[in-house]
Design a protein around this ligand. Structure first.
Ligand code: NAD
Length: 369
């Protein structure tokens, strides 16, 4: 049986608390012979700064480069607010994304029926919602040069950000979206602003060509990004996969996130280019939430986002589709039974600790086995 090499970076705050629940699942799967995992642990964020004076050490970067997948908890906290900008906790995550070439960010927005009441939308609009936002993560206006603020000398300043996309950047993210759509409902919506932006014109042209050349079996629609935001709160279930650039993806994925209730429920994956020899992609899996210093150490953290991120790892890095499905089903079953951490509990509802939620999901997995 192939052994999967996982590098764990729990990080700060609630990161280690939620990672511990994933480690319990990994140990059980390993002991049951479901899959063989080799795990190693490193430091990232504030804890790495305390140990090494930087947000991630070179040794841990090497381990991340060599791993089949990286599982990342969360970084940051008030303790490190005054650390020099280059060493701030988030620099560890940005370095990982950059050095591993993680250009495709996948954010599913799934609304579990048991939690439909927690959404800001009516139950009928979100019950059973399952969409996937594929965001370009390494290009666009967040990285384009020039990126400056110039003093114009007349009491005015001028700020410039530059939105740049090259053909290859759009081609590779489009391919990821079409491939993923084939494993789902076979539909892609591509969101841009071709009506006012040249990058939108090129984006539209390239996505159209890639679909015609290689993915004519997948249905493609084009939607203006502002309309997409509106449609997401009007009738989100019309979408399957949404592919979009870095800036619009940042915004649209947060809109989609709120449809599902709590931050503690949202997983994500970031994927790099496929290695032509091994056919594997560099990959990092992390919950969308941060280190939640307000609840760290209080056993209040919801481990579902972290466990669901591990589920994405089983699906996208290890091809263990049945077990990825089992993880998702175990989460849904536990929620259907009314098990709630504080963040997803209704007023006066009984709540469980981080460990109890993790244990309930593991118990459910054992039943599914
Ligand atoms: P946050 O996501 O840490 O917390 C926002 C709110 O959601 C808090 O009230 C928190 O208690 C709650 N929450 C978050 N995750 C939860 C979970 N799993 N279970 C229950 N409740 C949960 O965002 P923030 O408060 O803006 O930032 C806190 C720190 O995290 C900052 O240092 C920030 O820079 C950092 N941060 C890191 C990442 C990352 O590591 N990827 C992402 C966002 C923020």
């Amino acid at each position: 049986m192939a052994s999967h090499n996982l590098f764990l970076l729990p990080g700060d705050g609630i990161g280690p608390e939620v990672m511990a629940e994933v480690e319990a699942i990994i140990s059980w799967m390993d002991a049951m012979g479901i899959a063989k995992f080799r795990t190693d642990r490193g430091l990232v964020g504030g804890c790495a700064y305390d140990a090494h004076g930087k947000a991630i050490s070179e040794e841990d970067m090497e381990k991340a480069q060599g791993a089949d997948a990286v599982l990342f908890g969360a970084v940051g906290g008030p303790r490190w607010d005054k650390v020099a900008y280059v060493h701030r906790p988030e620099a560890g995550l940005l370095r990982l994304r950059k050095d591993l070439g993680l250009f495709a960010n996948l954010r599913p927005a799934i609304c579990y029926p048991a939690l439909a009441e927690a959404s800001s939308l009516k139950r009928e609009l979100v019950d059973g919602l399952d969409i996937l936002i594929v965001r370009e993560l390494t290009g666009g206006v967040y990285f384009g040069e020039p990126k400056t603020i110039t003093d114009l000398g007349n009491g005015q300043k001028r700020a410039i950000d530059t939105q740049i996309y090259d053909t290859y950047e759009i081609e590779r993210i489009a391919r990821v979206a079409f491939e993923l759509a084939r494993t789902r409902k076979n539909r892609v919506a591509s969101a841009e602003k071709r009506n006012v932006m040249k990058t939108g014109v090129l984006w539209n042209e390239v996505v159209t060509r890639i679909q015609a050349e290689n993915y004519s079996d997948v249905a493609l629609e084009h939607v203006l990004a502002d309309n997409c935001a509106m449609q997401l709160v009007r009738w989100p279930k019309q979408y399957d996969v949404i592919v979009t650039d870095n800036l619009f993806g940042d915004i649209l994925s947060d809109v989609a996130a709120m449809l599902t209730g709590s931050l503690g429920m949202l997983p994500s994956a970031s994927l790099g280019a496929e290695d032509p020899k091994t056919k594997r992609r560099k990959a990092l899996y992390e919950p969308v939430h941060g280190s939640a210093p307000d609840i760290a150490g209080k056993a209040l953290a919801n481990p579902i986002a972290m466990i669901a991120s591990f589920g994405m790892c089983l699906r996208y890095s290890f091809g263990l589709i049945d077990w990825a499905d089992n993880v998702d089903t175990a989460i849904a079953n536990v929620l259907a039974k009314g098990v709630r951490t504080k963040d997803i509990a209704a007023k006066d509802e009984k709540t469980v600790t981080t460990k109890e939620m993790g244990a309930a999901i593991l118990e459910e997995l054992k039943q599914l086995a």
